[in-house]
Design a protein around this ligand. Structure first.
Ligand SMILES: CCCCCCCC/C=C\CCCCCC(=O)SCCNC(=O)CCNC(=O)[C@H](O)C(C)(C)COP(=O)(O)OP(=O)(O)OC[C@H]1O[C@@H](n2cnc3c(N)ncnc32)[C@H](O)[C@@H]1OP(=O)(O)O
Ligand code: FAD
Length: 633
């Protein structure tokens, strides 16, 4: 067996079998898939060796080895779900004995996480796949009773995975106990043929993610051993006794893991887009500033700095907040391991709004980076279009953004009610009590003052939501109807909460470590953090004018400070993106390569187009020529 030492980027990137002769955009849908399976299998082999070295723990921050594949695959790795959800679901939701059994083949199996159905993705209590206990045979019988109950979307399900964790409605003795997770083999290990009683396939071409092999799966009286239900939190005994979980939402735990991870993932996606667009903006000369001087680097246009520097700052914000959220996640998981669920609602609320804001921001900021590169940003060889379609998928997967923001709003409203009743609140929402008790300060034009102001916006909007719900109820609506009627404001409350959290954590984490950094590094990091906070204060000036004592004069001074920060960051801009340290082989961009040979690389890439293999394409003689000659006057 090939033995890989812990891979270094150099080792992995030097493997010939990982190089593409033809750029992926020139391959067919089927060739694309086969190409990523070729590369993915090499990486899977390496990661398997790597993972043996460090026993996989459910709550361990995902290894950065994942980053290497992110670059080499260029598109999405069809094995991703195995690492992102299949293994974490088993280590998070199965008993130790089950883990030993299900993972005994180590990386000899390839899994995915099959939860979403054709008819349901958000509303998990509405999932239709059933798992019915057969007491006589000590098995569960899985069925897809309708077309809408077919599993639809799971990554790797179409042709890659041979196992999956399936979410299905558990039926025991005629009673439904809601969604539970089951370990299911779906293909023969040797032949890879679908097992009898299953209908498997891929769901077709998508806007991006076209190598993720998202698939569909239908069950027809498909039997699995009773022991294949993941039974760490709830159990079904041999006699059919159902032992319920201490918290039924623990079943949803695997999604929290990925939502927490996505903050760091988006930091990395943005770092790539910022590296490409800032380096290109340093190379590209276009137009004049002073009429009698040569054309300038487009990075010297202040409006270009306004478009791009927020992406540098946001990547750092997501990285730092991602680590903070990961620490919170790990602590809550530790508490749950000791039997305490107290902080689970808070973790759920934090992960919902931060996952949503980070994926949405990554989407529009990557698009802003693309547009800042003019026409060349529209080339696939820039890699900005692929970064965009990959990042924006995350706004939907792992919890659709609106739905997750409403989950956070649910937590804010509950916290507001607790504040009104004088209860003490967790630190992440304690400002609601301060606001309720009118303990807040006048506006200050400082980073801390801005953070406090943004929290006042959250408290003010949350209060307005609570009053709106109360108003609708007093007019005769049921609570759930009143909730729906107030949902536009509820989304605003969650968005404001997420922004305040990002600003607060970014600023105070940087402030906390700055004394340990070299002066220059501390200065630059603080400039980025202040730029981020000031950018969002100016973006949210309307809310600040409504809910804080900020004045027009304060806003004018903030605008001035923001433009000062752009000028201060300008000399370090290229150094800042270089410090993301993303190699050309992982950046995969003709515009963002370290050596700045943009135009030569663009031409080299263009010549790889199959259309350039000949000077006259056969379609001229076959189709065009007869028409041209026929109509030639
Ligand atoms: C090497 C590793 C690398 C990792 C790399 C990752 C990067 C990318 C990875 C993968 C690419 C693609 C992966 C995509 C995978 C998927 O998309 S999997 C499917 C994702 N689907 C969802 O997220 C479904 C979203 N829907 C839900 O979560 C639920 O339906 C709902 C929360 C919206 C509603 O659930 P419901 O049961 O109806 O609850 P409610 O009645 O609304 O009550 C809410 C209460 O429940 C609590 N709660 C809800 N969810 C959770 C949770 N997850 N954890 C804890 N608690 C939860 C909530 O706090 C409420 O409690 P209260 O009643 O006390 O208010
Ligand atoms: C690239 C990609 C990869 C994926 N990978 C996987 C995977 O590996 N495994 C897996 O199981 N799933 C996967 N999914 C599916 C994904 O998790 C679902 O698409 C997602 O959960 C949203 O559900 P839905 O598609 O049914 O949308 P819906 O929930 O139908 O949402 C449609 C619209 O209805 C709105 N809406 C829904 N409920 C509410 C509500 N309560 N209040 C207000 N508005 C509401 C939404 O906001 C949205 O605007 C993937 C999806 C994508 C795009």
């Amino acid at each position: 067996m090939k033995c890989y030492p812990v891979p270094r980027e150099n080792l992995v990137l030097s493997i010939d079998n990982l190089k593409d002769d033809i750029p992926e955009e020139y391959l067919s849908h089927k060739e694309c898939y086969e190409n990523v399976i070729r590369k993915g299998s090499v990486l899977y082999d390496i990661f398997s060796e790597l993972s043996k070295d460090r026993k996989h723990k459910a709550h361990q921050a995902p290894s950065n080895a994942y980053r290497i594949s992110d670059g080499i695959m260029q598109n999405v790795n069809p094995f991703l779900l195995h690492f992102a959800l299949f293994v974490p679901a088993i280590t998070n939701q199965a008993t130790p004995e089950q883990q030993a059994e299900f993972l005994k083949h180590g990386f000899g199996i390839i899994g995915t996480y099959a939860q979403t159905e054709l008819g349901h993705g958000t509303f998990l209590r509405g999932l239709e796949t059933t798992a019915t206990l057969d007491l006589e045979t000590d098995e569960f019988v899985l069925n897809s009773p309708t077309l809408t109950s077919y599993k639809w979307w799971p990554g790797g399900l179409g042709h890659t995975a041979n196992h999956c964790v399936v979410m299905a409605q558990l039926y025991v003795k005629g009673k439904c106990h809601g969604p539970h997770l089951f370990f299911v083999q779906i293909r023969d290990i040797e032949t890879h043929e679908p097992l009898p009683g299953l209908k498997l396939g891929e769901i077709g071409a998508k806007m991006g993610f076209n190598t993720a092999d998202n698939g569909f799966l239908g069950f027809h009286n498909f039997r699995i051993p009773r022991n294949n239900m993941l039974m760490k939190n709830s159990q079904v005994l041999k006699d059919g006794t159902y032992v319920e979980s201490k918290n039924e939402k623990l079943t949803y735990g695997s999604m929290v893991f990925v939502r927490v991870y996505l903050l760091s993932d988006m930091a990395y996606m943005l770092a790539r887009a910022a590296t490409i667009s800032v380096r290109y903006s340093a190379v590209r000369h276009q137009s004049h500033i002073k009429p009698d001087e040569p054309e300038v680097q487009i990075l010297d246009f202040v409006i270009q700095q306004h478009k791009l520097f927020i992406s540098i700052a946001t990547s750092h914000a997501f990285k730092i907040c991602g680590l903070w959220l990961w620490q919170t996640y790990s602590k809550v998981m530790e508490d749950i391991g000791k039997g305490s669920m107290d902080r689970l609602p808070e973790l759920h609320a934090l992960s919902c709004c931060l996952k949503t804001t980070s994926t949405r921001d990554a989407g529009w900021l990557i698009e802003q980076c693309r547009l800042a590169c003019g026409g060349h940003g529209y080339l696939m060889s820039s890699n900005l279009p692929s970064l965009y379609t990959t990042a924006t998928a995350a706004i939907t997967y792992e919890g659709e953004s609106t739905v997750l923001l409403l989950q956070t709003a649910r937590y804010l409203i509950k916290s507001w009610k607790r504040a009104m009743e004088g209860e003490s609140l967790p630190a992440t929402v304690s400002f609601l009590s301060e606001y309720f008790n009118k303990r807040y300060n006048k506006w200050e034009n400082t980073p801390k003052g801005i953070v406090d102001g943004l929290k006042l916006v959250v408290a003010g909007v949350t209060k307005m939501c609570a009053e709106s719900i109360q108003k609708h109820v007093s007019r005769g609506q049921q609570y759930e109807e009143a909730w729906n009627s107030s949902s536009v404001q509820l989304i605003k409350a969650s968005e404001a909460y997420s922004r305040a959290l990002l600003c607060e954590v970014f600023w105070f984490e940087v402030d906390k470590v700055s004394s340990t950094l070299s002066n220059n590094l501390a200065v630059v990091l603080k400039q980025l953090a202040e730029l981020y906070i000031t950018y969002w204060a100016l973006e949210k000036r309307g809310d600040l004018l409504v809910y804080t004592t900020i004045s027009k004069d304060d806003l004018d001074k903030l605008q001035e400070r923001y433009e000062e920060l752009l000028a201060l960051i300008r000399p370090n801009a290229v150094g800042l993106v270089d410090s993301f340290d993303i190699r050309d082989e992982i950046l995969c961009s003709t515009l963002g390569a370290y050596d700045g040979r943009v135009y030569e690389r663009m031409m080299e890439h263009a010549l790889k187009s199959p259309l350039n293999a000949e000077t006259v394409n056969q379609s001229f003689h076959k189709y065009m020529k007869p028409v041209i000659l026929k109509h030639k006057i």
